[in-house]
Design a protein around this ligand. Sequence first.
Ligand SMILES: Cc1cc2nc3c(=O)[nH]c(=O)nc-3n(C[C@H](O)[C@H](O)[C@H](O)COP(=O)(O)OP(=O)(O)OC[C@H]3O[C@@H](n4cnc5c(N)ncnc54)[C@H](O)[C@@H]3O)c2cc1C
Length: 562
Amino acid sequence: MHQPTTQPRSSLYYNYKIHQPWLPKGKTQPERMPVVIVGCGPAGLVAALKLAKLGVPSVVLSAELQVSQGSRAIVFTRRSMEILQDVGVADRVSAAGLPWRFGNSYFRGQHVFRMEAPHDEDDRFFPMINLQQQYLEEYLLQACGEEPLIELRWGNKVERIEHAATHATLTVDTPAGVYEQQAQWVLAADGGRSAIRAAMNLQMEGASYEGYFVIADIRCDLPLPTERLAFFDPDWNPGNTVLVHREPHGIWRVDYQLPKGETPEQALKSESLKARIDATLAMVGFAGITWTMDWYSVYSARALTLPDYVQNRVLFAGDAAHLLPIFGVRGANTAFQDAQSVAWHLAMVVKGQASEKLLANYSAERVGAAREIIEEGGKSTRFMTPPSRGFQMLRDAVLSLSLTEQFVRPLYHWRTSRPHEYTDSALNATDDDNLLFQTGPGDGAAPQNVRLAANDYLLDHVGPGFTLLYACDEHGIPAAVRAVVDAARAKHLPVKLVAVGTARANGADLSLADDQGRLRRRYGMQAAGSAYLLRPDQHICARWICLDATRLSAALAQALPH
Ligand SMILES: Cc1cc2nc3c(=O)[nH]c(=O)nc-3n(C[C@H](O)[C@H](O)[C@H](O)COP(=O)(O)OP(=O)(O)OC[C@H]3O[C@@H](n4cnc5c(N)ncnc54)[C@H](O)[C@@H]3O)c2cc1C
């Protein structure tokens, strides 16, 4: 019988709440659910919320009775915030987090590079915001609690999975014993040690890097701004790298590489932790300052992915699907993109809007994203932790040169998580005008936000399903275009029709006046009739210089294969 701990985890700043376990009434749950989500981390919760926004109910199973241990992922990107806005929790994260956009790199004590992440007035969110993962999960859970289509079952641990042609059966252990739950589809969002991945004997491909890092969260009163600090080859840790980040509630993340040959057990001895944190604090100019340990852990960099995220009736997302180097804040930020993506693909299949073929597209797009991240993350990882003497020599040459040469310094800026562009997606329209546009996001790209007025941005108005942005004049939406949208809606496909460029357009669900023409300029929508079609994950799947009804029908059919 599964007995999750009922002892709240310890933390200097976060009050862990113990949730009541969900207990089964019998050995089998009578109802087969359309979707059962295994895992209540960022991937599982965002997927449940997006499914609910598209009208699909789900059951979410969590082995534990409380949110995750320690701060874990602490840096969330602008695109993640846009996804969190889509599922209704961005305001809570913005209110609690620490936004930032600058990073500083030091080599042997000398400041060699100041990174500035781009941020302009069209961005609602900062490039990065720091918040401990417990808070993020809490806000996602609050949002799930407000959603009648989501049923959360705490203390429910999946032990086994059996596959049939039309469904999967999960064997779930609880504090009151075992039961079986059938699901048309299972979303495996059960983290890096995925029990489902193991039970299905699925192998990941990619590389694991040598060397370990310690991450430690300390409470300390450091009068430093919220900026990333990276130290290469500092005096106290020769040849290695140290990172420092500020978190809310007076907490600082210290992240340092261990010398070659040192084991995690040696590194996690309290005298070793103390000496290295003291050395880090001295290095940032605060020798002898008082600090208290909150949480620590040790990790090694891995760059692994399943080659296919759809197996039988099971879909994989987040750490269950891939293990990515955390340089460049890839873990949770990639999980959000997976979750938003898997949820809309699955929702369309469950609701009969597309055939199961659509799920292969989820896998193709997100495996493609993981492979791109592995390629990029591998470069960062080899820079941060050179795997061989050759890499070490190359890196040291770059670092040494940077002391005197400006042009080398941008090499310190390892690439951070960003939205993947599905340029080759099978869902992109084949006969649109993508290549004729001079500007704006192309087919497959994530949208660019645009400021419309004070505290009013384009992405505030995008629907949970498809969104058609249509540049209008005083004639409003043409009847033929409107008829295609109405026909899609009659089949329960969610499509929001947004007129751009006029305060009140006949036939539109919403009109954005775009008084200064900012949105039309950024999107290259030069004349009435120009249009963009956004998928439910907001990525562009078609755009036209001049849209007609036939081409809109064709684009919707392309995005929803039967
Ligand atoms: C120690 C540590 C430090 C990290 N530090 C960083 C960092 O600094 N930066 C960064 O970007 N990322 C970091 N990460 C990674 C980041 O936390 C993950 O990428 C992110 O949480 C992935 O979300 P997920 O939902 O896929 O998985 P998880 O957050 O791991 O969630 C998995 C969920 O599945 C549940 N579960 C597991 N097995 C079962 C089962 N059999 N039955 C039912 N439920 C189950 C778990 O209880 C949990 O709710 C860190 C991870 C760890 C472990």
